[in-house]
Design a binder for this molecule. Structure first.
Ligand code: NAD
Ligand code: UD1
Length: 346
């Protein structure tokens, strides 16, 4: 992999024993991570701190938790507040040379129920982050977008060149965020890269709400040997990617040269159906519990799998965790937190 001229390189460590082997250069001195108390954001913060970067975190703690930042709390500056609070956003962006925008309402069903409120956070919030970057001279902004933008186009894998086909307010909000990002590069020269995460899982993903990610819910059910609910007939598929791989994609996007104004898939290219996911979990954890099938979920995407070529050529990105390996790491975390005090409260 070549990265052009950069002053420093670092051995990147990922979460909980899952070491990332590559040496990734990191040339930024100070980062803002919005949504940094959340599931993905907090892992990113851990890695940035490990890279010697000064880190500001802005989070309203609506779904994130300070306990996610416990390991690095003395090394970061945490600001509790809303992404749409523009004076606060300017204050926390000051002096930063890179911004990782993770803050969002991530639940697809919640955006179906509350399309206006969630658009204010997800779309307007993204615009506020971009504007703060422009006004404060932040060089690069990496944005958490989503494979949800592909919607129900039946073709898989999904390539970045496909026409987006959003099926939920969430997908529209993420797509509009991408459009704003492209314009901030074209009009104002802010280097933007949108990463279209596929379904992310791993430690710190909280199963505490019906809106939580399916793997966190299923592992919780497995730990209690209780049946999971599968929405619809379970033949819908997802491309599950482990959180440490998503952190790696963000760091590679920070390092990449000449790729501004683009959208890049972050997935494995290896989809599984929801039925197969429960079977795998049952097999790994040696439980024999039949799932209950419920109504299919409104706005649910049927087939999802990442085309991975562009991520490989633009970023040099290749995921390192198989689903089985990632599930084992995640299950350990579930057992540990459950044995302690239960999951972090919001
Ligand atoms: P998360 O809910 O754990 O993280 C989101 C964080 O944003 C939380 O800490 C929350 O408190 C914070 N937040 C929400 N609204 C805010 C506001 N108005 N102001 C300030 N902070 C606010 O979810 P996550 O899974 O870590 O998601 C991170 C990002 O990745 C999101 O942008 C999400 O849309 C995107 N994404 C996630 C997945 C996935 O499978 N988890 C897939 C695709 C994209
Ligand atoms: C998830 C993310 C979303 C992201 C998208 C990218 C969460 C909460 N949402 O949405 O932010 O942009 O991936 O693809 O992380 N299911 C069940 N039983 C359950 C829970 C879910 O059958 O108890 C099914 C759902 O109907 C769906 C699949 O599992 O078909 C995945 O659901 P979920 O984990 O909520 O993810 P997405 O809706 O794909």
């Amino acid at each position: 992999m070549t990265f052009g001229k950069v002053p420093n390189t670092f051995q990147v460590r990922s979460t909980r024993g899952a070491a990332i082997q590559e040496v990734i250069p990191f040339r930024y001195k100070q980062a803002l991570v919005t949504g940094g108390a959340g599931f993905i954001g907090s892992h990113l913060v851990d890695s940035l701190v490990g890279l010697g970067c000064k880190v500001n975190v802005l989070d309203d703690l609506s779904t994130g938790s300070l306990s996610n930042l416990a390991r690095v709390k003395s090394q970061i500056s945490f600001f509790e507040g809303d992404i749409r609070d523009r004076p606060l956003l300017s204050k926390v962006s000051e002096g930063c040379d890179i911004l990782f925008h993770q803050a969002a309402i991530v639940s697809v069903p919640q955006t179906v129920e509350q399309p206006v409120y969630t658009a204010q956070v997800n779309e307007l919030g993204t615009l506020c982050a971009l504007e703060a970057a422009r006004n404060c001279g932040v060089k690069r902004v990496i944005i958490a977008s989503s494979c949800a933008v592909y919607g129900n186009d039946p073709r898989v894998p999904k390539h970045e060149t496909m026409e987006p086909c959003p099926e939920s307010p969430y997908a529209v909000q993420k797509l509009n965020g991408e459009q704003h990002a492209r314009l901030y590069w074209k009009l104002y020269g802010v280097e933007t890269i949108c990463l279209r995460y596929f379904n992310v899982y791993g430690p710190r993903q909280n199963p505490g709400s019906p809106y939580s990610g399916v793997i966190s819910i299923f592992l919780n059910r497995a730990a209690a040997a209780k049946p999971p609910e599968i929405h619809g007939n379970g033949t819908q598929s997802r491309d599950f990617i482990f959180v440490a791989d998503v952190v790696k994609a963000n760091l590679l996007a920070a390092a990449a040269q000449g790729v501004s104004g683009v959208n890049i898939n972050v997935g494995t290219g290896k989809p599984v159906t929801i039925n197969a996911l429960w079977k795998l979990i049952s097999h790994i954890f040696k439980i024999h519990v039949k799932p209950r099938h419920t109504e299919a979920r409104a706005g649910d995407v049927f087939a999802s799998a990442a085309g991975t070529d562009f991520a490989a050529s633009a970023l040099g990105f290749k995921p390192e965790h198989s689903l089985e390996k990632g599930l084992r790491i995640t299950f350990k975390w579930h057992k540990k937190v459950l044995a302690k005090n239960g999951y972090p409260r919001r």
